[in-house]
Ligand binder design. Structure first.
Ligand SMILES: Cc1cc2nc3c(=O)[nH]c(=O)nc-3n(C[C@H](O)[C@H](O)[C@H](O)COP(=O)(O)OP(=O)(O)OC[C@H]3O[C@@H](n4cnc5c(N)ncnc54)[C@H](O)[C@@H]3O)c2cc1C
Ligand SMILES: Cc1ncc(C[n+]2csc(CCOP(=O)(O)OP(=O)(O)O)c2C)c(N)n1
Ligand SMILES: [Mg+2]
Length: 588
């Protein structure tokens, strides 16, 4: 509900055209689009909108920095599949959104960002808090609008929603001048409906493409499915599973695809790429067919392109024609919504025996199937992998986890096994430190009944830790795990591997995180050994409010395997040491 306690519902009947102010039209249109929660921060140019907010059934979460608002809207969208909405004022409010908008753009997240703008009379005069935010965000939005007439607000907002969620999703910014918010116009929700979305002319899967793809799949001896974020965005989990099971094809996942195929499924290989499982990367290099489903062959996934999967034909199922042949040369492109394309493809795919190839992959796996350090005996040291593994085990793998960016993010991907779609919320393309805490707030607002965890590094957490106060004010129950290694760990790792261990500017002083939480009325606890880990996690889970755990982990641990930039997918740096460690009974 609008932040004001004496909410008075406005009689803005969506079915009856009514004269309203632009500010009222803005909220009424959002209500019409199904919005129940927004994340924002007020200021002069958006004040008319805030003044009208109390009349509408919308929860407004007051953030501490507009970057937080954008990440919350982003986390909300990732967790729910709905469009996330954030609001900011002109000038610095709007520019503070930019990192969050770019983050959503790089990961194709549907978001509508609303900014106030100076009045149209003074536009272009360097008026107080005037910036050209449509100009600034042009390269990092799917589309943006400057609206300076009251009657254009409803059509612009409705169009923004359509653009944000259609085809390849993305963020859309609507910049509304103050006078447009203050003026009045007839609000006619139905008349403001955009023309139906016209898919790109190339979004037509022809019969010959389907037949070619089916032939390749039928004839393949060593096929691998590469499943990405598009599986989640398209809602194609079932179709993907049917394809994999019917044709007995193993599934490798991108970081953003984790959860799109159950981690425990026998055909799930695990994550591919720079910090993926060694056997997954080897299987891709050995494959004779790759079936890419809603993934964009990011450089973190391919290693050097020249040496990438040279023995494999490639089928690419993808909604954005611009992605075809962008990084990797494709043999058969099926351009369209993944779920629809798979539905058309599946009737052409007969049952297939994949036993020989699956056995080969098992052999490639060998002893490496046991992850590197999960099973280190308790020597008094706490490893981040221990934290991830135990968190996964204790939560039954069902929690929604929002990670930050760095080593802890990769360890989470390796050791926390996601069974369900939309349970991993992580910044992939932009790699934005500071993402986890606000994104988790957004996820919890979207899914109030879910258990939500933040997993953040000591560095990234400090970038947006002011949002602890948002949690306190909004009484948001999330649990926070800080993986405190005293370093900007991922950068330290690169310094160790590629810069002669010159740890320049990566040792990091942090505040006492437990006291910091306490200062916000949030309980917390420090954890130094594995023996305390499970009990601490249970204490956090059962606490009535938000809870912070400060895990003091091994400081100079590294993420393995790692493909150095410029190397082939199979040229991974492995954890030093002769034999992989064996599982201890404790971990079974
Ligand atoms: C420190 C760090 C390390 C990383 N290491 C790795 C790593 O080891 N392995 C790894 O995989 N990633 C890694 N990443 C993430 C990587 O940078 C990319 O973000 C990720 O690989 C992209 O995954 P994706 O292609 O599945 O998702 P996106 O980038 O979101 O692309 C999704 C694709 O699906 C398409 N799509 C969307 N909707 C549909 C639809 N309805 N139908 C069909 N297609 C659709 C989109 O057009 C797009 O092409 C790392 C990131 C960081 C920050
Ligand atoms: C906003 C931003 N600035 C800089 C970076 C570069 N960067 C990537 S990982 C990393 C270190 C992260 O340190 P920390 O949050 O402590 O996590 P750790 O790697 O130690 O787990 C840095 C500085 C980034 N990704 N984002
Ligand atoms: Mg760190």
């Amino acid at each position: 509900m609008g932040s004001n306690a004496n909410t008075q519902e406005l009689n803005a009947d969506l079915a009856t055209p009514t004269r309203l102010t632009g500010a009222e039209i803005l909220w009424a249109t959002l209500v019409g689009e199904g919005v129940s929660d927004v994340f924002g921060y007020p200021g002069g140019a958006i004040l008319p909108a805030y003044d009208a907010l109390r009349k509408f059934p919308i929860r407004h979460v007051l953030v501490r920095h507009e970057q937080g608002a954008a990440h919350m809207a982003d986390g909300y969208a990732r967790a729910s599949g709905k469009v996330g909405v954030c609001v900011a004022t002109s000038g610095p409010g709007a520019t503070n959104l930019v990192t969050g908008i770019a983050n959503a753009m790089l990961d194709s997240i549907p978001m509508v960002c609303i900014t106030g703008q100076v009045s149209s009379k003074v536009l272009g005069t360097d008026a107080f808090q005037e910036v050209d935010i449509t100009g600034i965000t042009l390269p990092v939005t799917k589309h943006n609008f400057l609206v300076n007439r009251t009657e254009d607000i409803a059509p612009a907002i409705r169009y923004a929603f359509q653009i944000a969620k259609s085809g390849r999703p993305g963020p859309v910014l609507v910049d509304i001048t103050k006078d447009a918010q203050q003026g009045t116009a007839i609000f006619d929700f139905a008349a403001a409906k955009p023309r139906p979305y016209r898919p790109h002319p190339m979004l037509h899967v022809d019969e010959s493409g389907l037949a070619e793809a089916a032939d390749l799949i039928r004839g393949a001896k060593r096929p691998v499915i590469l499943a990405g974020h598009g599986v989640l965005e398209s809602g194609a989990m079932e179709q993907l599973r049917t394809l994999a099971e019917r044709a007995q094809i193993p599934v490798a996942l991108t970081l953003l695809g984790l959860g799109a195929f159950p981690a425990s499924h026998a055909l799930n290989l695990g994550m591919m790429g720079m910090h993926g499982e060694a056997w997954v990367n080897h299987a891709i290099q050995e494959a004779d067919l790759l079936i890419a489903c809603g993934m964009r062959f990011d450089d973190r996934v391919t290693g050097t392109i020249a040496t990438y999967a040279t023995k494999a034909k490639k089928i690419h199922i993808e909604v954005d024609p611009a992605e075809i042949n962008k990084n990797v040369k494709i043999d058969v492109a099926l351009v369209g919504d993944l779920r629809e394309v798979l539905e058309q493809l599946l009737p052409r795919i007969p049952g297939r025996d994949g036993a020989v190839w699956l056995k080969t992959i098992d052999n490639i796996k060998g002893a490496a199937a046991v992850r590197d350090i999960k099973n280190l005996p308790d020597s008094g040291h706490l490893y981040a992998a221990h934290v991830m593994h135990d968190l996964w085990r204790i939560t039954g793998g069902k929690a929604i986890v929002a990670t930050d960016v760095g080593q802890h993010q990769m360890w989470e991907a390796q050791y926390f096994h996601h069974e369900q779609p939309r349970t991993l919320i992580t910044s992939g393309g932009l790699g934005t430190m500071g993402f986890a805490l606000p994104a988790a707030i957004g996820a919890k607002v979207a899914c109030p009944d879910s258990e939500v965890w933040v997993i953040a590094g000591d560095g990234g957490f400090q970038m947006t830790s002011a949002e602890l106060c948002t949690i306190a004010q909004e009484k948001i129950k999330i649990n926070i795990a800080i993986i405190n290694n005293g370093f900007l760990g991922m950068v330290r790792q690169w310094q160790e591997f590629f810069y002669d261990s010159n740890y320049e500017c990566t040792p990091l002083l942090s505040p006492d995180f437990v006291k910091l939480a306490e200062a916000h009325g949030i309980a917390g606890r420090i954890v130094r050994t594995r023996a305390e880990l499970a009990e601490a996690v249970e204490e956090a889970r059962s606490a009535p409010g938000a809870f912070l755990l400060n895990f003091m982990v091994e400081q100079e641990d590294s993420v393995y395997p790692m493909i150095p930039v410029g190397s082939a997918l199979h040229e991974m740096i492995r954890r030093p040491g002769k034999d992989p460690l064996l599982e201890t009974p404790e971990d079974k």
